[in-house]
Structures are given as C-alpha cells and as structure tokens.
Design a protein around this ligand. Structure first.
Ligand code: XMP
Length: 329
C-alpha cells in the first residue's frame, strides 16, 4: 500500500466546516478506491473505528461489513450501543459476535498481566479471522489507524496494530483502507461530530484494548469482573451527572483480588475493595490525579457499596504517573 503521510502544512481540522471539507474529500477518495467491492472492518465502538465505519457507510453503504467482537471485557452498555447506532440507526451491515465465554474460558486462572494481554490479543485476532474466513468476495480491510499511531510505531514506542497481526491467509487477501490515517485524535472527534455520531461515542474516554481485563487484576473471575463493570457504570453515570464527562481525561474503577472485613446490616462481610482512578494528561506519559469534590466521593462510596455485589470498601487512588501507570496491569 502507498505510504500516505500527513502533509507538513496541513491545516488542523478544528471546525465543523473543515470537518465537512475533509469528509467530502474522503468520500470521493473512498468511492474511487473501493468501487463496487466489499470492505471489512473490526468495529470496537471506540472513536477511531466508529468514525471509519460512519465514513464508509456514507461512501459505500452495504458494501461495508462491520464485525463487532464482544470479548466480554467491554463496559456496561457498549455492545448494545454499537448495535443501536450502527445496525439500527445507520442501517449498516453489522455482524455481532458474542465471544465472552471463549475469552473468559481461555483467561480462567491466568494471573500474569502480560500473559493475559497476550491471550486477549491473540484470541481477538482468531475470532476476527474466523469471521473473515466465512465471508466471500471481500477486497479491502478498513482500519482506524490515526496519525499518532504511525508516529509512535515509527518511534518504536508502541507496535501499531495493523494487518500484520492477522494470519497470512487473511492478511494477503485484503488491501488496507485507512481513511483517518492522517488525523490527530481531536480531528477524528471533529469529523465524528460532523458525521452525526452520538456525543457519547465521539467524546469517549480512552479505553484499553484488553478492556476491563486489566482492571480486574490477577486471574479474572466472572463475579469480580461484574463488580468492575457495575462500579464503572456508576462512576460514569455520576461523572456525567456532575458535569465531569469530557472534562476529566480518564476515569474508571479497579477491583483487586483481595478481600477485607466489613459490616452490613449488623452482619460481618468479607468482600473486595473498589478503587477509583480519575486522571488528567495531555500526552499519557505524565499524568496528574483529578481531585474530586468530597461530596461526590461520599456519594460514590455510598452507591458503590450498596449497589455493587461483593464490594464493602471504596478507595481513591491519589498516585500520579510516574511512579504509577494509569492502568493496573
Ligand atoms: P498506562 O497504564 O500505560 O496507560 O499508563 C496509558 C494509556 O494507555 C491506555 N492503555 C491502552 N490502550 N491498549 C490500548 O489501546 C492497551 O493495551 C492499553 N494499555 C493501556 C490506558 O487506558 C491509558 O489511557
């Protein structure tokens, strides 16, 4: 594939008008490149793949086939939102694969963080490749690669996930389509807004590929994973209600694998703690902690300990990066 680079003097896309202009140019280029052929896209529901999907739906409609793999480590409501927005509202061709059991069975008893990440990554490729093999006559593979991905992989900071991860029989079948390749994240968001994607999708905080798996440290169990998912949903709901959504860079909960004694309705409990992490950053290399109002913390403690099964204590992580990383694994 031709190595398309961001022109040095390219104007930053900061307004709806500039986003519209970019969209018009891309639609034309995509229609020229794709013609009447079919395109495959792994649609996670994150900002980049969602914007790529919306662009391709506009450009080639049903010639796009989206595959949404639910690895069981997504946040509450995410698969439902992908189905609602893309299948129901945008009338896209969407294949939904619920691979939860497959992932959780493979991860059962695995406590080492790097092994967990490896299993999740490999299994994701396997599931996606299986779906791809079932489909005939697909010529293109679309990806939500953005400009920082290219820069980081060139600088050796992060391996850029491209078709290289796919088995050779699959990768060799496709030509790559990367319509947001020359954009920075804020520009992808501007384009997403202009394409009419819901704000909850466009303004989404970063979410790691291994998902809630890295927020359930050690060997993942279904009950502890559920406690992570439910407490995360409460945290997001309260941040939205208190005007913090889109203002704080990233916020989530972690449920570590140890228990402590508590008391509920006069009876002893022995349950997990729930750790809240809320951070701000510009480059993710250095991170500061968001200081929440005391009333909000009190409210979160009350909601999480009463509504989430298996939690009897809430802790707040005040550690910047360095020395801590953002995620726990
Ligand atoms: P750390 O924990 O390295 O996180 O300080 C920095 C940022 O990167 C996100 N992160 C990931 N994103 N795949 C991703 O796409 C991953 O495996 C991954 N691990 C961490 C993290 O959420 C934070 O925003």
């Amino acid at each position: 594939m031709e190595d398309i680079r961001r022109p040095e003097n390219m104007e930053r896309i900061t307004t709806p008008e500039l986003a519209e202009k970019f969209i018009e140019e891309q639609l034309k280029a995509l229609r020229e490149q794709i013609g009447d052929k079919k395109v495959l896209l792994a649609l996670s529901g994150g900002v980049d793949s969602s914007v790529v999907a919306a662009l391709l739906i506009k450009a080639v409609g049903k010639q796009l086939i989206c595959v949404h793999v639910n690895h069981g480590l997504l946040r509450k409501g995410e698969p439902e939102q992908v189905i609602e927005v893309f299948r129901n509202q945008m009338d896209a061709n969407l294949i939904y694969v619920d691979a939860t059991d497959r992932f959780l069975d493979k991860l059962a008893g695995v406590a080492d963080p790097e092994t967990k990440r490896h299993i999740i990554g490999e299994e994701f490729i396997d599931v996606f490749a299986e779906e791809a093999r079932k489909l005939d006559g697909i010529s293109f593979l679309a990806q939500g690669t953005i400009w920082p991905d290219i820069l980081e992989s060139e600088a050796g900071i992060k391996a850029h996930h491209n078709a290289g991860g796919l088995p050779e029989d699959i990768a060799s079948r496709f030509e790559l389509v990367e319509p947001v390749r020359i954009l920075f994240k804020d520009e992808v968001r501007e384009v997403g807004r202009a394409l009419g994607l819901p704000s909850g999708m466009v303004e989404r905080q970063p979410f790691p590929g291994p998902g809630l798996g890295v927020r359930c440290p050690g060997a993942i169990t279904r009950d502890r994973l559920e406690a992570v998912r439910e407490s995360d949903a409460i945290l997001r709901e309260e941040f939205a209600k208190n005007g913090l959504e889109g203002k704080v860079w990233q916020y989530f909960t972690v449920v570590p694998d140890f228990k402590s004694t508590g008391v509920k309705n006069g009876k002893r409990t022995f349950d997990w703690p729930c750790i809240i992490r809320a951070i701000n950053t510009t480059d993710v290399m250095e991170v500061t902690v968001e200081h929440l109002p005391a009333e909000l913390i009190d409210h979160l403690v009350k909601r999480i300990t009463t509504e989430v099964e298996g939690i009897n204590r809430v802790l707040y992580d005040y550690t910047p990066k360095p020395p801590a990383t953002v995620e726990y694994e």
